[in-house]
Design a protein around this ligand. Structure first.
Ligand code: FDA
Length: 507
């Protein structure tokens, strides 16, 4: 490591002076001159749209709480912002880019997972990935799991602090609903747990985004019980096979299914990059927490038009279903879930919506027409209901519970930087098109599908009114409570970012 400038030396001295002598290590801070700087920075950039954006002055890769405490204290002294990165999946890159001088704390060393099957909980380091968490649970039990997202490289730090849903959330709720304790380092460098942070702050970091409040170090998670056998199917329908009609029906029934049954609908273009005319197909992908026999008796009764038979269904263990939904073969060893380095080679833009009333046929037809325009677009329709309906909308900052039929994720990806304007332009037109069909006042959005089009904070001070633009969309009536918690936890707004919760100021 080379600390060339006097500022660098002074930061390093500050850092060392705040550590007990036994805890001083020399591979924690990397300057832009360090040979490892670039590979560490790039290691978890998931959206290539930001690979050439402004770079942090230092990368800090802590091994323990002391290193995080010292970084926070010294960043304040040196007037530098902090960005915290766990898995690097932020849709807008907010964990590793900033327009003001900044430091990235990358938590990839903080990833131990301690699973206690007897008492049905796990402590997991914030820098662990979902794959590492799922792997560690399955290594100890085939009848326990955790309800979080489908992509194994997503980090638990960002994911759980922003909500977190996956294939078993209709039975167990969000990842954030299943947090029973947490350790975080606050703006003064204090290490807090649930008891010492108090119930308000503990509420806020389970869905309100950890980055506004401090650095989450680890989560204590309640494990859930899964059956030894689960069943999956995938049924793909073209427009000629009546896909539009099936989506119409799906909208009205999927949220009412038994909570063991999850069927999402994925809309995308068939034949991309081929000479044939592109058209749209809808894939209905199911995970059922039980055997094929039980699944068929349920789906053939409630959704006979889908035509699901025994031949479409495959029984497997829960961990194999994790592999399946992550796009791996179920014959593969669960070890693949430990791979953190899957590199994205694409740029992308995502957005989200929530639907309270089924979209009429004409609305769906227009939507499908727009999807055909962009061959790399994907829409994922995720049914709510089940456990999501039972949890109060103020129980955690994530407010979209009982009144919502389903959520929509819009996604588009591309390879060439020159295409960015065109692709994002299409995405914004699609979002505009959807306006009459989705929730209003507010037009709801999912915080974990971060979208800076919804609004961004001014720097360094943000008014409540300005941040309500995006804040109410993500958090609805819970936004005001988040503002109150933030005002107490970080009154000088050290943990500022483009969509951090604002501090209430008496003007
Ligand atoms: P990253 O490290 O980029 O952090 C995201 C945000 O959280 C940043 O603001 C960051 O500063 C903050 N943060 C991270 N760690 C922190 C910590 N320890 N303390 C305080 N703040 C911290 N979502 C979902 O619900 N279900 C799903 O199935 C998927 N699938 C999916 C697939 C793919 C390919 C992508 C790119 C994204 C998803 N997501 C998802 C969305 C995902 O949940 C969301 O992007 C998370 O914020 C990612 O968390 P990371 O830690 O990976 O991101």
């Amino acid at each position: 490591i080379s600390f060339c400038s006097s500022t660098d030396q002074s930061f390093q001295q500050c850092f060392s002076s705040h550590l007990p002598p036994s805890n001083i290590t020399y591979d924690v801070i990397f300057t832009q001159n360090s040979s490892q700087y670039s590979s560490i920075l790039q290691s978890s950039i998931r959206n290539l749209r930001f690979s050439n954006a402004s770079k942090p002055r230092y990368l800090v890769t802590p091994y323990n709480e002391d290193h995080i405490q010292a970084t926070i204290i010294c960043s304040k002294e040196h007037h530098m912002h902090v960005r915290v990165r766990s898995g690097g999946h932020d849709y807008e890159g907010l964990s590793y880019i900033s327009d003001v001088p900044f430091i990235v704390i990358d938590l990839f060393h903080i990833r131990s997972v301690m699973v206690d099957i007897k008492n049905e909980y796990a402590w997991v380091g914030a820098g662990a990935t979902l794959g590492e968490l799922y792997y560690s649970i399955s290594a100890k039990s085939n009848v326990h799991g955790f309800p979080a997202g489908s992509c194994p490289t997503v980090g638990v730090g960002g994911h759980i602090s922003g909500g977190g849903f996956g294939t078993i959330f209709r039975k167990y709720g969000l990842a954030a609903d299943n947090v029973i304790d947490a350790k975080m380092i606050d703006v003064n460098g204090n290490v807090l747990d649930r008891k010492s942070m108090g119930e308000d702050l503990f509420w806020a970091i389970r869905g309100g985004g950890g980055a506004s409040f401090g650095v989450i170090f680890s989560w204590k998670l309640k494990l859930v019980r899964v059956p030894p056998t689960v069943t999956v199917f995938k049924t793909v329908k073209s427009l000629e096979q009546g896909a539009t009609k099936l989506v119409q029906k799906w909208q009205n029934i999927a949220y009412k299914f038994h909570h063991d049954l999850f069927v999402h609908a994925v809309i995308q273009v068939t034949n991309p990059n081929s000479n044939q005319n592109p058209t749209v197909q809808v894939s209905f992908d199911c995970l059922f927490l039980g055997t094929t026999e039980r699944l068929l008796s349920s789906i053939q009764r409630s959704f006979p038009e889908l035509g699901v038979t025994q031949e479409n269904c495959t029984e497997m263990s829960w961990i194999q279903s994790v592999l399946y939904f992550a796009g791996y073969s179920i014959a593969e060893s669960a070890d693949v879930l430990l791979n953190r380095t899957t590199q994205s080679t694409q740029s992308f833009k995502g957005k989200s919506d929530y639907v309270k009333e089924a979209i009429p046929k004409t609305g769906l037809e227009g939507l499908l027409k727009m999807v055909v325009e962009e061959e790399t677009s994907v829409l994922i329709l995720t049914p709510y209901g089940g456990r999501m309906k039972q949890i109060k909308s103020s129980a955690t900052p994530f407010p979209y519970r009982s009144e919502y039929l389903y959520g929509i994720q819009y996604m588009i990806s591309w390879d060439v930087a020159e295409e960015t304007g065109k692709r994002i332009g299409w995405m914004r037109r699609l979002y505009k098109y959807m306006e009459p069909y989705v929730s209003t006042a507010p037009r709801a959005a999912y915080f974990n599908y971060r979208d800076l089009d919804l609004g961004r904070n001014s720097y360094p001070n943000t008014s409540y009114v300005e941040s309500s633009e995006w804040g109410l969309k993500y958090f609805n009536h819970n936004f005001n409570r988040l503002v109150r918690v933030k005002t107490l936890a970080d009154p000088h707004n050290f943990f500022w970012n483009e969509q951090s919760i604002p501090v209430l100021r008496l003007e």
